[in-house]
Design a protein around this ligand. Sequence first.
Ligand SMILES: [Zn+2]
Ligand SMILES: [Zn+2]
Length: 182
Amino acid sequence: MAEWLKASARKADVSKQYRRFKSYPIRQCGGIMKTTEHGRRAAEKSNRKKSKFLGMSISTAKSKLVRLLLFSFAEELGRNTCYRCKQTIETSEDFTIDHKEPWLHNDLDLFWDLENIAFSHHGCNSSAARRPTKITRPNGTSWCSRCQSLLDKEEFSKNCGDPHGLSWICKKCTRNYRRSRK
Ligand SMILES: [Zn+2]
Ligand SMILES: [Zn+2]
């Protein structure tokens, strides 16, 4: 992935921050979380007002704004190229954050790992999500999507979320990956 993304990944280490954030008790969140009933209702009222003015829900508007901002940075840096089809992404509507290796039913860290993030066209991203990875796996073997090799089934841990019942990456790659995250 792009050097600037790697650099910021190292600097920020989002996943570590995320883990730290998750472990915070609510009252330590610097007053951001409104825990009282009164506070909750006030926040809801304010959100309703904003959403009415925006003509869309405040959360939709915020995610659109973030995407717009990210797209303008990517464009400025010449990084608005689709990871999947290698063509230029022209508009922010067509600009999506893509995971190179699927994280769902696979590895939670892959969701937060900035090195696993790329940009792609809306269409390229969702057609990739719909298309199951079609790799012929001869009996007793499975495909590791990290070291890109066909290995003995024994080299994979079990993963009941995967249609093949095995992890997407081999034990050795999982070990290396976890070690690199420490
Ligand atoms: Zn594309
Ligand atoms: Zn591997």
